[in-house]
Design a protein around this ligand. Structure first.
Ligand code: PAF
Length: 282
């Protein structure tokens, strides 16, 4: 695997590969890689000649400085994992390399997707994500880019950005990867204490029960039920739970037969924020 820190070096390498008609698959990450990331790389390997992974902890998408400072950084181990996954190129730039002198976000209009769920609790988050992903797309110009469905709102927002800006890249959403006990894999999981880690599967357990209830119960009743479940769990603080339509991410009012719905949740274990979601059968 070749490692690049400078965008011009990566661009030069990619243009010689593209001249040989090699297709480029791209997996953007913030590092602290786990099986979920490796599954995206595996998907990318199946469809593309060359797979590029980026590791960049993007400061503009953090609304909380402590979360940014404490974001796990495990580059040495990440490199080992990438090599074992046969990743071809790693792009690991500095903040200056991406933002030069101006560490700020572009203002995007994602047709309202940005105001739902995460958008209500993490100010400026999606402008930061949009800015960095667009910049990385401009540098790498991939044919396909791979994102996990754990960040389902992010996935929809990136699809929207690509459509609105007519960017020549296909966005591929990939299934959530879970630990054996159901906890959605996340780089933040390694920050959980043993006690928090033991309790965290409760999040997915609750989502699975929501999926059962969605067949017969009204969304408001399910919301109330979820809130009550979390009141019994003092170590897990529910930030939001909502059942929303997949396309608009708007909270459900009346169920319509042709629409697809998901339940979304964000929970704090002390200062560590965990999100998850589940597709519901309509
Ligand atoms: O999902 C992530 O890890 C990040 O939001 C992304 C897409 C790499 C942008 O920084």
């Amino acid at each position: 695997m070749e490692i690049f820190n400078k965008k011009q070096d990566l661009k030069d390498c990619l243009s010689s590969l593209k001249a040989k008609e090699k297709s480029i698959g791209f997996v953007p990450t913030m590092g602290a890689l786990h099986e979920g990331h490796l599954s995206l790389i595996k998907k990318a390997k199946q469809k593309n000649d060359i797979v590029v992974v980026s590791i960049f902890v993007n400061p503009t998408q953090f609304d909380n400085n402590e979360d940014l400072k404490k974001y796990p950084k495990t580059l040495k181990n990440d490199i080992k994992l990438l090599e074992s996954a046969s990743c071809d190129l790693l792009f690991s730039p500095s903040v200056e390399e991406i933002y030069e002198e101006n560490i700020s976000s572009e203002n995007f209009d994602f047709d309202g997707l940005e105001h739902q769920m995460e958008g209500k609790f993490r100010e400026g988050h999606f402008n930061g994500v949009g800015t960095v992903v667009k910049t990385l797309f401009e540098i790498i110009e991939p044919k396909r880019a791979y994102f996990g469905q754990k960040d389902f709102q992010q996935l929809q927002i990136i699809k929207k950005m690509v459509n609105k800006n007519r960017l020549p890249v296909k966005i591929k959403g990939c299934p959530i990867f879970r630990e054996k006990d159901g906890l959605a894999m996340s780089s933040r999981n390694i920050r959980l204490t043993k006690e928090q880690r033991d309790l965290a599967p409760f999040i997915y357990e609750t989502l699975k029960k929501v999926r059962e209830k969605f067949g017969s119960e009204n969304a408001n009743i399910i919301n109330e039920w979820v809130e009550n479940q979390f009141k019994k769990q003092p170590l897990l603080d529910l930030e939001y739970f909502t059942i929303a339509e997949e396309k608009t991410l708007e909270t459900i009012e009346n169920r319509e037969s042709k629409k697809k719905y998901r339940a979304f949740i964000a929970v704090y274990a002390d200062k560590i924020r965990l999100i998850d979601n589940i597709r519901l059968k309509n």
